[in-house]
Every structure is written in structure tokens, then in C-alpha cells.
Write a protein that binds this ligand. Sequence first.
Ligand code: GTP
Ligand code: MG
Length: 138
Amino acid sequence: MENVTFMMIKPDAVENGFIGNIIEKITSAGFKFKALKLTHLSKKNAEEFYKVHKDQSFYDDLVKFISRSPIVVAVLEKENAVSDFRTLIGSTNPDDAAEGTIRRLYGKSKGENAIHGSDSEENAQLETSFHFSGFDIY
Ligand code: GTP
Ligand code: MG
């Protein structure tokens, strides 16, 4: 369980044709894909997925953004998957993200920042269950 994380390629990156580049970065960094799909969240499901942020000022913008067009979701396996993946994607704001990170390379702004990675093992499990019913690695 500590070797698994969940990720989402966000609408901006899918719209801009970066799915292939991002998957290549993830594979090169040593992550193995355990589950992968293209999907499109309804507004209702977007509200549910991001409910931890419901009191934030940016919540409405976030829900609108994440449901506006398709996303790619995946479960990834690697030693220290959660923290290593957060390092690979970089800081929330692409302008602050380290050189070579996915958000630095492909993100546009703090809101439209190309990719999501779970911030804990518990959330990795919750987010995986949300998108992959019957997924049984846990
Ligand atoms: P995730 O991996 O997507 O969860 O990003 P994070 O953990 O680096 O950031 P956080 O959980 O704090 O915020 C979740 C998402 O909300 C971010 O990735 C952004 O897409 C969005 N977000 C955060 N802050 C802002 C903001 O100030 N404005 C807008 N429009 N969106 C924001
Ligand atoms: Mg987060």
C-alpha cells in the first residue's frame, strides 16, 4: 500500500496534447502503471472528488475546470510512490516548481497545473476507489 499512488492528468494538459509526454516522464522516473483510463468528470463527481477544498475561495473554479473536458487517471506503483510522485510533479504553482518537474514543463498556472498526485496513502486509496471500482491492490 505504501508503494502505490493515484494520479490525474488534468483537462489543460489533455487539451494541449501532453498525455504522451507526461506518461513518458512518469515511466522514465520508474513508476509502473497498475490501472489507467481516460474519463470525464461530471460537475457532481468533480464536486465530490474535490470536496476537501469545498471551503476554499477557488473551489467553484476548480470544479468547473476539472469537469470541463477529459482527464486521464491512473494508479502507479513504485517504492515511496506518494512522496516520489509529488516530487516528480513539483509545486502547486508551476512558476515555483523545480526545473524538469511535470508542472514546470506542462502547467500553465496555479489553477491549471497539468497534473494531480495524491498527498497521502489514505488519499491515494480513496481517490483510487473513486475512479476504479473493484480495484483490488489494497
Ligand atoms: P493536487 O495534486 O491537484 O491536489 O494539487 P496540490 O496538492 O499541489 O494543491 P492543493 O491540494 O492545495 O490544491 C488542489 C488544486 O486546486 C490545485 O492543484 C489547483 O489545481 C487548485 N488550486 C489551488 N490553489 C488555487 C488557487 O489559488 N486558484 C485556483 N484557481 N486553483 C487553485
Ligand atoms: Mg492536493
